[in-house]
Unconditional design. Structure first.
Length: 222
């Protein structure tokens, strides 16, 4: 059974998430502060962590750092902090996704499913991904309807399509595609995402699949 660790100092949120997650077949552990969260994760390693940033003893970013010291478990931040700097700090520290309170349970559950899919072994992931009316062969680097991509466009598209539903931060894309010295050149990403949308979206000005998360990054919605 998939184990989820929920970390939040609000007892109502802990109770609500415990009930909702268990009703959907997840095994749930809870913690109301950072120290307890790190100990619980060590004693009973989770498959995913839902983490609030405003904890009474440690900042959530410190908890992310503590977890990332020994595990690659997906971390979905669930926080009332809507400032872009807080989101960037959490994602740079190693969070996989960021959901702002107040939140919808259905959306959070969808983010959880997407994060868990990302942890599947590579062999279980589909080699061909559908983007609207196009079929993208990630292994063969071909697209139906004879759509052509530059090497840089392929690298960006590959990152997004291999992580369906997951937020891919601007910094991660810039670092992995252009290198560590380009992590502030967000204009590069805007230009290339515009190109990808023109090639794959039916209406590039209102994309349905290659989505922008303002101030954070990009997401592929199947």
């Amino acid at each position: 059974m998939t184990r989820i660790l929920v970390v939040d100092d609000d007892p109502q949120i802990l109770r609500a998430l415990r009930v909702n997650l268990r009703a959907r077949g997840y095994d749930v552990d809870t913690a109301d502060d950072g120290g307890t969260a790190l100990k619980t994760a060590t004693d009973n390693p989770p498959d995913l962590v839902i983490l609030d940033l405003g904890l009474p003893d440690l900042d959530g970013v410190e908890v992310i750092g503590g977890l990332r010291g020994w595990t690659t478990v997906p971390i979905v931040v669930l926080s009332g902090r809507a400032d872009g700097h807080d989101k960037v700090d959490a994602l740079d520290a190693g969070a996989d996704d960021y959901v702002t309170k107040p939140f919808g349970v259905d959306e959070l559950l969808a983010r959880i499913r997407a994060a868990l899919r990302r942890t599947q072994p590579a062999a279980e992931r589909p080699a061909i991904v559908t983007v609207g009316r196009y079929a993208v062969d990630l292994a063969g680097r071909t697209v139906s309807h004879d759509v052509k991509f530059t090497p840089t466009e392929w690298q960006i598209l590959d990152h997004l399509l291999r992580n369906p539903g997951m937020l891919v931060s601007q910094q991660a894309l810039l670092r992995d595609v252009w290198g560590p010295h380009y992590q502030t050149e967000t204009n590069y990403l805007r230009q290339y995402m515009a190109r990808l949308r023109r090639k794959l979206e039916d209406d590039p000005t209102h994309p349905k699949h290659l989505l922008t998360e303002p101030g954070m990054g990009y997401r592929f919605s199947p």
